[in-house]
Design a protein around this ligand. Structure first.
Ligand SMILES: Cc1cc2nc3c(=O)[nH]c(=O)nc-3n(C[C@H](O)[C@H](O)[C@H](O)COP(=O)(O)OP(=O)(O)OC[C@H]3O[C@@H](n4cnc5c(N)ncnc54)[C@H](O)[C@@H]3O)c2cc1C
Length: 386
């Protein structure tokens, strides 16, 4: 029997896409919600943003339910209907389409800042009390309540504190929640690229021995968002190149999949690290999103995992949240994160080698996956984040 609803006071730290989503979802249930973000309202310009996310169907369904998806500017969304993955050094190739999955698309590419601004605006309209340009400097929690002190000296008492403050989570560190991690020793270089051939709504990824390169289709059919993951030394070399030499190297690695390429933005690099907190609960503190787990971007699932945390956490707060239900939530979400982390690691180990036998085996593996229907269906499900 479910317990009757009781409105709670909840403080969310971090106004990224996961913090804003959970804050909005809780507010729509009738809770009193404060969101603390150390920056201001996210702003974006006319040009496509560098950071994008490939959102799976479950993330989009959540955003629709929150009344956010409908508000996103259509001209900034890049639905993708196909995926092509190949190995630069072997005959391995796999491709699949939304039609094979019985869907209209496989997901949509969204610019992070566009989504965050829309979430911010809807959350404000719905009564989330956003405290911007401030940060939590101290928190204490026990079995009954949480106290939070801000840099501005403001103090808040709440029933729960949700930390969605990203992979370096100061809240997690303050609570001394231990981390399991390993450094991929790779950097993800991102940029917007103009392509000669239209991308036709297909997300492409090629595996090189030094790491994968992904081209994610933006709304303009001649623009893609590049994520070039490369081992540290290779990444440093790439970062130091002038624009034209960088593009020449990208061109050479691309197997001409999109014709002649041009840089359409600056380049930026993000260190790639796999980590997850061993505990996501500490009395009334809850970790969520990248604060709880972060993974390699090669399957584009980091934000999708975070949205999964939100989807599963909201029902716990729809009735009167209790520790037993929160523990069950933690177990379920940890299993999802660890499954994804293991899959990413297997991929990275399988492809991060120039050994000729390994190349042959993965060539055969790719070919089999492309032609054996049940195996292919499994891969499509993984790509859909299911
Ligand atoms: C190169 C790259 C490509 C990626 N591509 C994809 C993809 O295609 N699909 C996908 O699903 N995922 C992708 N990801 C992962 C995705 O970007 C992250 O999982 C997602 O952004 C995490 O969101 P978050 O809200 O948990 O954290 P963040 O976006 O990191 O937000 C944390 C927020 O907390 C704030 N903050 C921090 N400390 C404090 C404090 N003390 N007080 C107040 N505020 C604070 C920060 O200012 C920030 O706004 C990619 C990641 C990388 C690096």
């Amino acid at each position: 029997m479910s317990t009757p609803f009781k409105a709670q006071t909840i403080v969310v730290v971090g106004g990224g896409m996961i913090g804003l989503s959970v804050a909005l979802g809780l507010r729509l249930q009738g809770h009193r919600v404060y969101l603390i973000e150390r920056s201001g309202r996210p702003e974006y310009t006319e040009s496509p943003e560098l950071r994008v996310s490939a959102l799976a169907h479950h993330s989009r369904a959540l955003l629709r339910e929150l009344g956010v998806w409908q508000r996103l500017p259509q001209q900034r969304l890049g639905p993708y209907t196909g995926m092509q993955v190949w190995d630069h050094d072997s005959f391995g190739h796999i491709e699949f389409s939304a039609a094979e999955a019985g869907a209209d698309d496989l997901g949509a590419i969204v610019e992070n800042k566009v989504l965050e601004q829309t979430l911010w605006d809807v959350a404000t309209e719905q009564g989330v009390q956003i405290i911007a340009d401030d940060e939590v400097v101290e928190h204490t929690t026990n079995a009954l309540q949480v106290t939070v002190k801000l840099r501005s000296n403001q103090q808040l008492q709440a029933d729960y504190l949700i930390a969605a403050d990203g992979n370096r989570s100061p809240t997690r560190e303050r609570a001394k929640l231990p981390l399991s991690f390993w450094d991929y020793e790779q950097t993800g270089i991102v940029a917007v690229i103009k392509t000669e051939k239209p991308h036709d709504g297909i997300a492409r990824q090629v595996f090189l021995p030094t790491g994968p390169i992904a081209w994610l289709p933006l709304n303009d059919t001649h623009l893609v968002s590049l994520v070039w993951s490369a081992d540290e030394d290779k990444a440093q070399h790439l970062q130091a190149l002038d624009d034209q030499t960088f593009i020449n190297q990208l061109q050479a690695a691309s197997d001409q999949c999109l014709g002649k390429l041009e840089l359409a933005s600056a380049r930026a690099g993000f260190p790639l690290r796999m980590q997850y907190a061993q505990r996501w609960l500490d009395d009334r503190l809850i970790l969520i999103g990248d604060a709880a787990h972060s993974i390699h971007p090669l399957a584009g699932q980091g934000a999708n995992l975070g949205f999964g945390d939100v989807v599963d956490l909201l029902p716990v707060f729809a009735s009167n949240a209790n520790h037993r239900e929160l523990r069950a939530w933690e177990r379920k979400r940890k299993a999802a994160a660890v499954t994804m982390i293991s899959a990413m690691e297997a991929f990275k180990r399988g492809f991060g080698t120039a050994n000729p036998l390994a190349k042959l085996v993965r060539g055969i593996g790719f070919k089999a996956a492309n032609s054996i229907q049940p195996l292919k269906r499994q891969l499509i499900k993984a790509a859909l984040g299911e």
